[in-house]
Design a protein around this ligand. Structure first.
Ligand SMILES: [Zn+2]
Length: 231
């Protein structure tokens, strides 16, 4: 929360592990990216080549591979049916670029496969984004309006949707990374121990950032519940 009226409530201590894990995950991902964006893959394939090859192998000829501005802005857009890769990934032959490209394309394959956790996640996007905004606002209001304790309860229910979203994101992300590694290795896009372990390190560091986000959401919810019980 930007403004947290309950900052000095003892429940704030609950957030410490989340802060530590978030910091650790960010250090991991930036060091993995820093290292493996400099190591070229021996296959000479670019991020765009890898994305195209995965799509074609799965019969997804209509899904486009596009370049997008920004850094780490890589994503799959299910409405536009496009895998969008940042300029640092699109034309790069680095291990980091291939790992990111294969992971994002993994989401396109999940979409085509009707992968259930992705469907659940997509269905929850609107309600989760409303919940993550409204929940904390209600908690703040509850602080100023102690005569209206239901505000805390409502805030907790709203925020719970956001927590559920973060949790269902985990299988979606892990699965996309598994698909990425199987493809990269199986099709000789990466080869040798160093390349394979580099791609694996990149993807597991990225996965850890999602674990940190989920832990933060869960502990924040527990904290709201502790605050509500106190009142
Ligand atoms: Zn992903």
């Amino acid at each position: 929360m930007i403004f947290d009226p309950f900052l000095f409530h003892p429940s704030t201590l609950l957030l410490i592990p989340a802060v530590i894990l978030t910091f650790y995950a960010q250090t991991k991902i930036s060091s993995a990216y820093g290292r493996y964006s400099k190591i070229k893959s021996s296959s000479g394939k670019t991020g765009a080549d890898v994305a195209r090859a995965i799509l074609d192998e799965n019969g997804l000829y209509d899904v486009k591979v596009e370049q997008v501005a920004g850094e780490l802005s890589d994503h799959y857009d299910p409405r536009a049916q496009a895998v969008r890769l940042s300029s640092g990934v699109y034309g790069s032959t680095s291990i980091a670029a291939l790992a990111v490209a294969a992971h994002e394309t993994g989401h396109a394959v999940q979409h085509a496969d009707g992968y259930v956790p992705l469907k659940i996640r997509s269905a929850f996007v609107p309600v989760a984004s409303i919940g993550s905004q409204i929940g904390p606002v209600m908690i703040i209001l509850a602080f100023f309006l102690p005569s209206m304790p239901f505000l805390l309860t409502l805030g907790i229910y709203a925020f719970a949707f956001a927590v559920f979203f973060q949790i269902v994101t985990l299988p979606v992300e892990f699965n996309a990374s598994n698909r990425a590694l199987v493809f990269l290795e199986g099709n000789g896009m990466i080869s040798g121990r160093e390349e394979v372990s580099g791609a694996r390190k990149m993807l597991s560091a990225a996965a850890l950032t999602y674990v940190a986000a989920a832990l933060t959401a869960i502990l924040t919810l527990l904290r709201f519940i502790m605050i509500a019980r106190d009142r």
